[in-house]
Design a protein around this ligand. Sequence first.
Ligand SMILES: [Zn+2]
Length: 287
Amino acid sequence: MLVTATKMLQDAKAGHYAVGQFNINNLEWTKAALTAAQECNSPIILGVSEGAGKYMGGYNVIVGMVKGMIKDLNITVPVAIHLDHGSFEGCLKCIEAGFTSVMFDGSHYEIEENIAKTTEIVKLAHEAGLSVEAEVGSIGGEEDGVVGAGECADPTECKRIADLGVDFLAAGIGNIHGKYPENWAGLSFETLDAIQQLTGDLPLVLHGGTGIPEDMIKKAISLGVAKINVNTECQLAFAAATREYVEAGKDLQGKGFDPRKLLAPGAAAIVETVKAKMELFGSVNKA
Ligand SMILES: [Zn+2]
């Protein structure tokens, strides 16, 4: 069932668990994520970066594919299609294409410009019936060529953005996209706590969910994080399983070169990764 992310995240925050956003890259990825969600009876947010959107052929391709899968695979759990780290123009395109949720990432603008642009996106998205995520304080690491330095958001700026009517808010709390470096300082729970004190019931979002220790994930959920983004971890699982298949020479045996066989271990690895995250985040049987 295709829905916005608003209610699923409000329910998650009230119920002290988190819903995973799993970024998709192609048909196999999407099918694996939806299959895992249905088997776990968990709500799911399918994340689409602008780069992945372009890679798959465009936003209309994605909406058509996801809607088709929900119907043909009998996916009854709540599913949101969400633009990840959208530009202003990207958000407009996704609203037009039929996404159910967008993230406007204005974190690289000065706060006044971030506020002005976020206000506009909230108005347009809400008129069209989509949920909106905004970001304060850039998140470290690299995503689609956008590099952040890894910082902690200013809680009062978070409050100002929250008051614009966004449905959930991403704030930098020392988290990083991609693999975490050896010398990573960990999440700043002090910052997260201060943000939640000011933003109340608003669901908070943790980006860069790959490689954050499980106890930190659980503590973040206890402090108001209701959405956790997972991207790199599925990529690593897919690559490792595909490598194993090829290195074992299985693509050279019989019809092992058939893409339906060649990509099967990678897809199965994504299913397992997504399921493990749903267990960790506590969203199993919350559909
Ligand atoms: Zn992110």
